[in-house]
Every structure is written in structure tokens, then in C-alpha cells.
Design a binder for this molecule. Structure first.
Ligand code: ADP
Ligand code: MG
Length: 326
């Protein structure tokens, strides 16, 4: 395909499509979209930006990047227990490279179709590569899962495994050496995260608080603790992890593994709290979704987060990612 000759041809070729969902009264092509929310629901809305060189390496596979651009936004809805409905995509692109756009669109669209998300608008400009999605979902009125509901006595859980995305970054920047197979697995976790949408939806009425782990467990769990005005103790040995990180935890690379598990960003797993009476339901849910739900600790009334590594209580916690940390 030749390059699109204008901004409008680019949008027309790659992003405009007749909406399939009748809730989209007006989609791409007007000044704004017109959407009909489902009666009895509340809208759940979020925006997340991915900047080249900061959130992804220059030269990242465009199809994976298309997937990830939407996935990180879907992950925020999952953390609220919301069902995704609509998305807007704002992008700055250095050029109108058609092969790049085609691959990016394919990754974005495949994930959008899996969750019946309609792209209803956006904005396209020239500039350093930067991708920004606004995501709109819904929940039955009053059922969104917030950060502020954790109670002393609740269990703390994490879905899937933690730390592989950070391990990929450590490997790609030369800090650790991984086998080709291990690197491919970690890199897939970094570049192609799975939003835990079904889990989020099924946690409505079960989880007392939830968020998605995007900046690292200790920092992100810290947000739940602060918002809920509680504390927690978690166990390193209980943190769900890949075989690679498990082996590293036992060896000379223990500290790097610990940092990946506790402070690694980009995992996009859900961390949530739930009253103990839901343990059996949660075990059943893990089976139904074929997604491990690791119980990593418990909420208590003592402010702050305590992390146990075997018999030792860690005195300094690796810091979670912060764009403006000094
Ligand atoms: P405006 O000048 O009103 O901002 P634009 O010319 O930027 O409108 O966009 C024209 C239409 O195309 C709008 O409906 C807008 O939402 C849509 N659009 C622009 N860029 C994208 C994109 N990357 N993905 C989806 N829709 C887009
Ligand atoms: Mg515009």
C-alpha cells in the first residue's frame, strides 16, 4: 500500500469503520461521537498515554504496540470491574508509514474485537510517537470496585504472575542475561499484556478493593492501603511468579528477582482484596478463568506495607516506578 496522502485518508483507511454496536449513534467522522449508555449502568472512563522511549522502546513491533496501547487502558477498566464499550485513539506519529499503521491497527483491532470495544473517535497529528487512548466502559449502578474498600482481615490477591515485564526490561537493557526462550516469554509479557477483563467483571460483589499493577506491586498496593486507611503484610514466597523468576529468587540474582516482583512495572495483573469468606468462590473463579489467583497476604489495621521474605521482614522496599521521582 502507498502512503496515505492526507490526515483524512489516513484516518479513513485505518481507523474509520461503520460501528457494529447500535449504542454508537455517531462514530468516527463527526466532531464528536454520540453514545447511548445502557440504562441502569454508570460510565467508567479512563485515559492512558504511551510515549516512545518512555513506555516502549523505539522499534517495538507495531502490532504488539497496537495491542498494548489498548490493553493498558482495558486494564484500568478491569481494575474497576467494568465492561469495556468504547475507545478513542489520539496518536502523534512521526510519519504516515502505511506498513507500520497497518500492523498497529491490526494489533489494536484484534484486541478491540475480543472485547467488543468500538473505536468511536480520536485525533491524529504528526509528532514524536505518542499514543493515547480514552476508554469508556460501564458497570451496573453502584458496583464499581474502588481502591478504598479494603478492610482489616481481608485477604490480598494478585492474578497471573508478577515481574516478567520488568525482567524483560532488565534483560533488554543488559542488566541480566536470559536464555532465548526466557527472554521471549518475558518480552511477550512486556509487549503484549493481557487485560484481566473477565476477572474484573467477576470480582464485582466479591473484591473489597482492586487496582491494576502497572507501576509495581508495593507502590500500587500502597495506593489501596492509603485509600482504604489500612495496612498489610505480604509474603515474597507467596508472590505468583514465572519459573524464571522463581529460579532467580533462589540464586545470586535474588535481589534483581525481588525488585522485579515487588517493584516491576507493566505487569497489568489485578491486585485486589476480598473478605475471607470468599476464598472458596475465588478458588472456583481461578479455575473457571484458568487464571491463577495468588493469595499473597492480609490486610490489617497497622498503617503501611510490610513484606516478609522467609523469616526476614524486609527493611527497605524496592521503589515502584514514578515518572517524577527525584
Ligand atoms: P476535528 O478537527 O474535529 O478534531 P479530526 O479531523 O481531527 O476532527 O477528525 C475527524 C474524525 O476522525 C473525528 O470523528 C475524529 O474523532 C476521528 N479520528 C481522528 N483520528 C482518529 C484516530 N486515530 N482513530 C479514530 N478516529 C479518529
Ligand atoms: Mg482533531
Amino acid at each position: 500500500m502507498t502512503k496515505p496522502r492526507s490526515e483524512f485518508e489516513l484516518i479513513e483507511r485505518h481507523f474509520a469503520r461503520p460501528p457494529r454496536d447500535p449504542a454508537v449513534r455517531v462514530g468516527v467522522g463527526d466532531d464528536a461521537a454520540v453514545l447511548a449508555p445502557t440504562p441502569g449502568t454508570e460510565l467508567v472512563v479512563s485515559v492512558d498515554m504511551l510515549v516512545e522511549g518512555r513506555h516502549f522502546f523505539a522499534g517495538t513491533d507495531p502490532q504488539r504496540l497496537g495491542h498494548k496501547t489498548l490493553a493498558v487502558n482495558l486494564s484500568d477498566l478491569a481494575a474497576m470491574g467494568a465492561t469495556p464499550r468504547f475507545a478513542l485513539l489520539a496518536g502523534a506519529l512521526p510519519d504516515s508509514d502505511d506498513a507500520w499503521l497497518t500492523a498497529f491497527r491490526a494489533g489494536f483491532r484484534a484486541l478491540a474485537e475480543r472485547y467488543a470495544v468500538e473505536l468511536v473517535g480520536g485525533d491524529t497529528t504528526r509528532g514524536p510517537r505518542n499514543l493515547c487512548v480514552t476508554i469508556i466502559g460501564e458497570v451496573p449502578t453502584g458496583t464499581a470496585i474502588l481502591r478504598r474498600g479494603a478492610q482489616p482481615g481481608d485477604d490480598v490477591y494478585v492474578s497471573g504472575t508478577l515481574g516478567d515485564a520488568a525482567l524483560a526490561v532488565a534483560a533488554l537493557s543488559g542488566e541480566v542475561v536470559l536464555s532465548n526462550g526466557d527472554l521471549a516469554h518475558a518480552q511477550r509479557r512486556l509487549e503484549s499484556p493481557e487485560p484481566r477483563i473477565e476477572l474484573g467483571e467477576r470480582l464485582r460483589g466479591i473484591a473489597s478493593a482492586a487496582l491494576d499493577v502497572s507501576d509495581g506491586l508495593t507502590g500500587d498496593l500502597g495506593h489501596i492501603l492509603e485509600c482504604s486507611r489500612v495496612g498489610a503484610t505480604i509474603e515474597v514466597r507467596a508472590l505468583p511468579r514465572s519459573a524464571t523468576l522463581d529460579a532467580m529468587l533462589e540464586g545470586r540474582t535474588h535481589d534483581i528477582a525481588l525488585r522485579c516482583l515487588l517493584a516491576g512495572g507493566d505487569d497489568y495483573e489485578l491486585c485486589f482484596t476480598a473478605p475471607q469468606r470468599h476464598r472458596i468462590a475465588l478458588a472456583g473463579l481461578a479455575q473457571a478463568l484458568a487464571l491463577p489467583l495468588g493469595r499473597i497476604g492480609a490486610i490489617d489495621a497497622i498503617p503501611g506495607l510490610r513484606v516478609r521474605d522467609g523469616n526476614e521482614l524486609l527493611s527497605a522496599l524496592p521503589r515502584a516506578f514514578d515518572h517524577f521521582a527525584e
